[in-house]
Design a protein around this ligand. Structure first.
Ligand code: GDP
Ligand code: MG
Length: 657
């Protein structure tokens, strides 16, 4: 009797001494975070995860640690992750309850197994399927270590009757999910009766923890295979970094007290088992080790958790802030709409009118005033290039032909107006496509800028964005058409008559005409060597005049042709500059109208005659609403978590003081 007491004291002592006032609040904090499901937010918590092949004795080990009955035995009993929170508690009667699906269900110690099975059925459905939704069993008792562990479904290769075909894959996925995070400690339960290297649970834990630095092995059923057990754990063929603890669990209907006594007796007296170092045998040793490991992983992980919670919280808050407000009233929607239109107009004014690029500092394609100026220069160059490519060989041939055609009842020395206009029309016709192409190019560019700006300001409201862009497209197309008509008019005007008050015209013409006498005499003089006659004419370069000799009997015609050519040359310069100038003024005018007045047409089109329709545009897509809801929930959760952690950190600080 006396001796029995000593054994019992020995059994309990390590568990009691493992209790640590400083650690308890930390464990509580982590458990609260776990209950809040911060893991859903991707924040990993330090967790002791119990894994083992089926019937390796997982449930029995947990039973031994908790001192309560757990579903045990053949078949697959653990079908969902079971979080077991053991809390040392001074109250005389043990308190047990299950937490799942947001419920707290008190449990009677005598029928935990039944309660767990009922709860399992509730979260995983009846039958033999498994589920990833965890149950939490809280055990508050006088003689338990402060420990939280997760029991996972045992690994089974062959589905039994009623189990899904892919049961192995399902279980493996759950286990991997729990043991992969570096915050997890793997409690690998191995039966002494098997070769450890063949254990599926060893294979899995080695995949995520090669060196074994976070794996602890519990060898069960030491009573069943005592021979060679010492050699097995000392050889450590399977790389267990945190070491082995050999235990003997409760068998049959033994009480937990009896089981502990029997275990202690076994390891003290058995010829094989007594040779194993006392520091690695027995459930109390296991409890103590686990408590220590738990304390150190919590201490190690806590700063990271604090940091992760803050980061996640900040990220979510800023993402929520970026989301558009849900606009429900007509007044709110109207206000938001006017704000968006106003902002878009201002952006367009900056880009296309004022040349302020602060909103698109790096995207030079949107720097409208600069790009439009460039396009205008290109247009002007293009006009001039058309001119240069005109043939120089047939000098005056066209003019002579036109003059002959225009002969009428007139004095012979009058230059017919019709001849000038005919040449002018031909020349304008040749370049008439350029101003139109230029106008199209400008409007296409403006369209691109308008779309980009509208997207930027309205993308948060999908329907609004689409409708606005459609209205803007229609507007731009309308303006483009108007512009092209105007440009066609400008071109037609140039064809209709030749007119300028620009003194450059007369200056240029007079200068060119100074060459008339020498030109005519060149045409009329026979070259003694009878070489083809050429001459250098200012403004034209080296030209051939041989072909003009056929008209040497009609000097007046050649003179008139020369005059016509010189007038046209002087005048054409004026035409080109005038076209470029008019185009520049025209697009300035159009852009000004667009950004200051015509954008209002978008408003009119969207609002409609009766002002209805705006609210409809601000209706949120369901995915948007769901996203906002999710963010709100997760912010709430993270704030609570932050609170939990802050409190425990304060307590730690007060201990240190
Ligand atoms: P689990 O499937 O891994 O949860 O394994 P269980 O805890 O349900 O145990 C499977 C079987 O092994 C049960 O019949 C237990 O009673 C038995 N068992 C577990 N541990 C020991 C032990 O240390 N010694 C003996 N003899 N049997 C044990
Ligand atoms: Mg089990």
């Amino acid at each position: 009797m006396e001796q029995q007491k000593v054994v019992a004291a020995q059994v309990q002592a390590p568990i009691i001494s493992s209790y640590n006032d400083k650690i308890r609040p930390l464990i509580d904090a982590i458990d609260r975070l776990r209950l809040l499901m911060v893991m859903k937010e991707g924040i990993q918590l330090p967790t002791i995860v119990v894994v083992g092949d089926q019937s390796s004795g997982k449930s029995s080990v947990l039973e031994s640690l908790a001192g309560v009955n757990l579903p045990r035995g053949q078949g697959i009993c653990t079908r969902v992750p079971l979080i077991i929170r053991l809390q040392k508690d001074a109250r005389p009667r043990p308190e047990l309850y299950l937490e799942y699906n947001g419920k707290i269900v008190p449990v009677d110690e005598s029928n935990i197994a039944t309660a767990i099975n009922l709860a399992t059925d509730e979260v995983a459905g009846h039958g033999k399927g498994i589920s990833n939704t965890p149950l939490t069993l809280v055990v508050k008792k006088g003689e338990v270590p402060d420990l939280t562990m997760v029991d996972l479904p045992g690994i089974t290769r062959v589905p039994v009757h009623g189990q899904p075909e892919n049961i192995y894959e399902q279980i493996r996925d759950i286990i991997m999910q729990y043991i992969t995070p570096k915050e997890s400690i793997i409690l690998n339960v191995l039966s002494a009766t098997v070769d450890f290297s063949t254990c599926e649970s060893i294979r899995m834990s080695q995949q995520v923890d090669k060196t074994g630095e976070r794996t602890l092995a519990v060898v069960t059923k030491a009573d069943k295979a005592p021979e060679g057990l010492l050699e097995k754990v000392t050889a450590d063929d399977v790389n267990i970094g945190l070491g082995y603890v050999c235990v003997r669990n409760r068998i049959g209907d033994e009480s937990f007290e009896e089981a502990r006594k029997e275990e202690a007796r076994l390891f003290q007296t058995h010829p094989n088992l007594s040779r194993i170092d006392n520091a690695i045998v027995g459930v109390p040793v296991l409890a103590q080790k686990l408590v220590q490991i738990q304390a150190s992983i919590i201490a190690r992980c806590l700063p990271e958790i604090v940091k992760n919670i803050s980061e996640k919280l900040n990220a979510n808050v800023s993402e929520l802030g970026k989301m558009p407000m849900a606009l429900t009233s007509f007044a709110d929607a109207t206000q938001a709409f006017m704000r968006i239109v106003g902002a878009a107009k201002e952006s367009l004014r900056k880009l296309l009118w004022r040349g302020e690029f602060d909103e698109y500092p790096d995207d030079s394609t949107k720097h409208g005033t600069v790009r439009l100026f460039e396009m205008l220069n290109l247009f002007s160059d293009e006009l001039r290039k058309r001119e240069e490519s005109e043939p120089k060989k047939e000098f005056l041939t066209e003019e002579i032909k036109v003059l002959e055609d225009a002969k009428g009842i007139e004095l012979p020395n009058v230059l017919p107006r019709e001849a000038f206009l005919r040449i002018l029309r031909i020349k304008v016709e040749k370049i008439s496509n350029l101003p139109i192409e230029f106008t199209e190019k400008i409007w296409d560019y403006i369209d691109g800028v308008v779309m980009a700006v509208l997207t930027r300001h309205s993308e948060m409201y999908y329907i609004l964005s689409v409708s606005m862009k459609r209205a803007a497209y229609n507007l731009v197309q309308k303006m483009k058409e108007r512009s092209i008509n105007r440009v066609k008019e400008i071109v037609e005007m140039e064809k209709l008559t030749g007119y300028t008050r620009n003194p450059d015209y007369m200056k240029e013409w007079t200068q060119l005409m100074n060459q008339e006498n020498s030109f005519i005499s060149q045409v009329n003089t026979r070259n003694p060597m009878s070489l083809p006659c050429r001459m250098n004419l200012e403004g034209f370069g080296d030209i051939e005049i041989e072909h003009l000799r056929q008209h040497s009997n009609n000097t007046l015609l050649v003179q008139q042709a020369f005059d016509l050519k010189m007038r046209m040359t002087a005048y054409w310069k004026i035409v080109l500059v005038r076209l470029a100038d008019t185009m520049a003024l025209h697009w300035q005018y159009s852009v000004h109208n667009l950004v200051n007045n015509d954008m209002e047409e978008i408003v009119k089109e969207l609002v409609g005659a009766d002002g209805l329709g705006i609210e409809r545009m601000f209706v949120e897509s369901p995915s948007m609403a769901a996203k906002r809801d999710k963010l709100r929930k997760s912010i709430k959760l993270l704030m609570e978590s932050k609170d939990v952690v802050a409190k425990v950190m304060d307590r730690i600080a007060s201990y240190d003081a």
